[in-house]
Design a protein around this ligand. Sequence first.
Ligand SMILES: NC(=O)c1ccc[n+]([C@@H]2O[C@H](COP(=O)([O-])OP(=O)(O)OC[C@H]3O[C@@H](n4cnc5c(N)ncnc54)[C@H](O)[C@@H]3O)[C@@H](O)[C@H]2O)c1
Length: 299
Amino acid sequence: MRVLITGGKGFLGAWIARRLAARGFSLRIFDVKDDRRLVAAIAGEKTAAAADWRVGDIVSTDDVRAAADGCDAIVHLAGVLTPDCAADPLRGAQINLIGTLNVFEAARAHRIARIVYTSSAGVFGPGSGSAPLPQSHYGTFKLACEGSARSYFNDHGLASIGFRPYIVYGPGRETGLTAGPTLACRAAAHGEAYTIGYTGTAGLIHVDDVAAAYEAAVMHEPDGVHVFNLNGVSASNEEVIAEIHRAAPEARIACKGPALLMPAAVAADDLDRVLGGLPRTSLREGIAQTVAWYREGRW
Ligand SMILES: NC(=O)c1ccc[n+]([C@@H]2O[C@H](COP(=O)([O-])OP(=O)(O)OC[C@H]3O[C@@H](n4cnc5c(N)ncnc54)[C@H](O)[C@@H]3O)[C@@H](O)[C@H]2O)c1
């Protein structure tokens, strides 16, 4: 199977590439830059070198269609995060919404039956982890992608699986509003002080648990339209900081700032029934692994 990974040079891309390469799939990585460093650090030099790297813009229908030619599945990750969408909502909509429509159009054109795309827990507001009420442009565009995925199934029979990850943490997460827990692990590993820029309780999911869900989704026989929540473990920033101190007793980590405009947890759904038992890394283990990875100095 040849899998196109859009946004594949990024954080989730590197971890998903690692799992798909271990299955023996051939990978085509589509991104704005041919920058193989993170994929090499996470998935190994061999995987980074073996992948077919394509440079292009997810906003360009032609670029995406060309990248999808000859692929059997698409893992769509290309996107910009909450701060970039807030700073430039028009560009945010082009990348996150039009980019997703381009992926579905490319799948239609090339008759690609397996589409796995990335929504976000940002579709939820602070009042509910089950009824979407986005509070940001980012969450609003992601919710629109889910509606369009349903429409592509109704109009053209295109099946898909979407995921709504909450805060993904782990080695390599360095951008976005919620990179704080990972950046705090990195700072602790390097003996530096760090302040996480938001407060409150949220879901935190280790990046390899997310990658395992995407791997299972790529393997799943297309059977309709799914959107699954990926909450991980709900924890306050104080609990996160306590785990960092456990892994690095000398750490100087604090948190300050507004609460996220999101719920403390997103609801459980039929993810495990549809995709089988997925791994669930505890916060303790995930934080310890992340601190250890940065201590090794591979990044
Ligand atoms: N990290 C999280 O906690 C989290 C949570 C929920 C959802 N998501 C979603 O997961 C996806 C991947 O996020 P990530 O954390 O790996 O972020 P990331 O920034 O590391 O990766 C995103 C990738 O998309 C690429 N990209 C951006 N604009 C592009 C364009 N115009 N054309 C082609 N590629 C482009 C970037 O170059 C980058 O490599 C995104 O869609 C994001 O919204 C992430």
